[in-house]
Design a protein around this ligand. Structure first.
Ligand SMILES: [Zn+2]
Ligand SMILES: [Zn+2]
Length: 445
């Protein structure tokens, strides 16, 4: 009932020759030929020893890395209602180009996904248009207004992966308590965008020395962390399952660590931009750096990195949030919040964190794939017998983000123009080839 949806595609028949396999969960770290037959990983063998499948393709993967493909629990695909920013086709193309085999879309669309008929329509559309499997969250409150709960059990029966008012917090503790009681009955999880409206007010960036110098209204870190502390306690009392979205502050991850140490069923995600950027970027007044939660100070960033390393933060999520050029091309204070991220996430994290030795490559792959368990799908694996969910990446390939455009309909990427290493050459999602880099040659068997 809560399966992800994608358009039907022929199962992959491929021989990847001589790829370096790295799959931290199964302990694979070696050079192998990989035979993918009928969309499954059929066999791994020493290089040069496997025959190509009849009618299949041979891919020269020598010098390239093969990873389990990535899973993003938090993206905005903007449909229905805002297809000038993104839709199921462009959004899942962007995901496949970034090495993702599954993504979960947020319900803050127009209209909001707060009714089973809307959700069913979206799932049907994904079964026609989505290039990789997509799951959908449904709203916690009707119209995201924070007043009345949606019919959560009907939404769950219609296929909701979980529930969120993302874009907005669930400001009312009472409403959250009732939502948790429903969640226990119908399953799934609550994904929470945490901020206290009374502390965020009309802030447009992180509250700190930079906001003071720029004279811009700030959003303090405590706007997020105090709500996480509150909601962890409510989740503990109700024994519900909560997931904290786009963590941005040191105190927030401390609150999450405390919750987990008390046995509360809580998880957390962090975005590439919160791991790599700070409010110093906002000095440019470039609206690409305006997002919610905002880019924070160096101490918060360091706290997020520590939490990623320790496992307090289990997942990296892009919070891919496309906006059109016209919408973003206005003064910083007026611009909408959000950055795209699906096509740049691996390369920026590999370049900025793995290459300088801040984190291990194995840890990055783990945090990019682990959300499969959260959303209830098979965890991508290179082990024979697994459904083929893999991405082939040339770690040595250098490129500039955005240099040849984007698969996404929008280009508001906060990492645009960065020189990075690591290019996705091919993505296989749910057993089917979902992406092939244009210049990447494939020869018939
Ligand atoms: Zn959010
Ligand atoms: Zn979001």
């Amino acid at each position: 009932m809560n399966a992800l949806s994608a358009s039907p595609r022929p199962p992959a028949e491929l021989l990847l020759r001589g790829a370096h396999l790295l799959d931290p969960r199964s302990g694979l770290d070696s050079t192998r030929d990989v035979l993918i037959r009928d969309g499954r990983i059929a066999e791994l063998a020493p290089p040069g020893t496997l025959e190509a499948p009849g009618g299949g393709e041979v891919v020269d993967a020598e010098g390239r890395h093969l990873f389990p493909a990535f899973v993003d629990p938090h993206v905005h695909l903007r449909t229905p209602g805002q297809e000038h920013k993104e839709d199921l086709d462009t959004g899942t193309r962007a995901a496949a180009a970034g090495g993702y085999c599954a993504v979960v879309a947020m319900p803050n669309t127009d209209p909001v996904i707060d009714h089973p008929a809307l959700l069913r329509g979206l799932i049907d559309a994904a079964a026609r248009e989505a290039r990789i499997p997509v799951g959908f969250m449904a709203a916690i409150s009707q119209g995201l207004a924070g007043e009345h709960l949606t019919d959560m059990s009907a939404l769950r029966s219609a296929g909701a992966i979980g529930f969120t008012d993302d874009g907005k917090p669930v400001a009312s503790a009472g409403l959250l308590r009732h939502a948790l009681r429903n969640q226990i009955l119908c399953g799934g999880f609550l994904a929470l965008h945490e901020e206290d409206p009374a502390l965020s007010l009309d802030g447009v960036m992180h509250e700190g020395t930079v906001s003071v110098e720029l004279g811009l209204a700030g959003i303090p870190s405590i706007s997020e962390s105090t709500m996480i502390a509150r909601d962890a306690q409510i989740a503990e009392a109700e024994r519900g399952r909560v997931h904290f979205q786009h963590l941005s502050a040191r105190r927030s991850v401390e609150a999450l660590a405390e919750a987990r140490s008390r046995g509360i069923a809580a998880s957390g995600e962090v975005t590439p931009h919160h791991l790599l950027l700070t409010d110093e970027s906002v000095r440019s007044l470039d609206s690409s750096f305006k997002m919610n939660p905002p880019l924070r100070g160096e101490d918060d960033r360091a706290g997020l990195l520590d939490a990623l390393r320790s496992g307090t933060i289990e997942f990296i999520a892009t919070d891919h949030a496309p906006h059109s050029r016209d919408e973003k091309n206005v003064p910083f204070e007026q611009a909408p919040m959000g950055t795209t991220g699906l096509e740049s996430s691996f390369a920026v994290l590999y370049t900025e964190l793995v290459l300088p030795g801040v984190i291990e490559l194995e840890l990055l792959i783990d945090r990019l794939t682990a959300a499969a368990a959260l959303i209830g799908i098979e965890t991508p694996s290179l082990t024979p017998g697994s459904t083929a969910n893999v991405c082939l990446i040339d770690l040595a390939a250098q490129w500039r983000i955005g240099e040849s455009g984007y698969e996404s309909r929008s280009s508001n990427c906060c990492f645009a123009g960065r020189e990075v290493s690591g290019r996705v050459l091919m993505t296989v999602a749910d057993g089917a080839v979902a992406y092939r880099e244009r210049a990447f040659a494939v020869s018939a068997a």
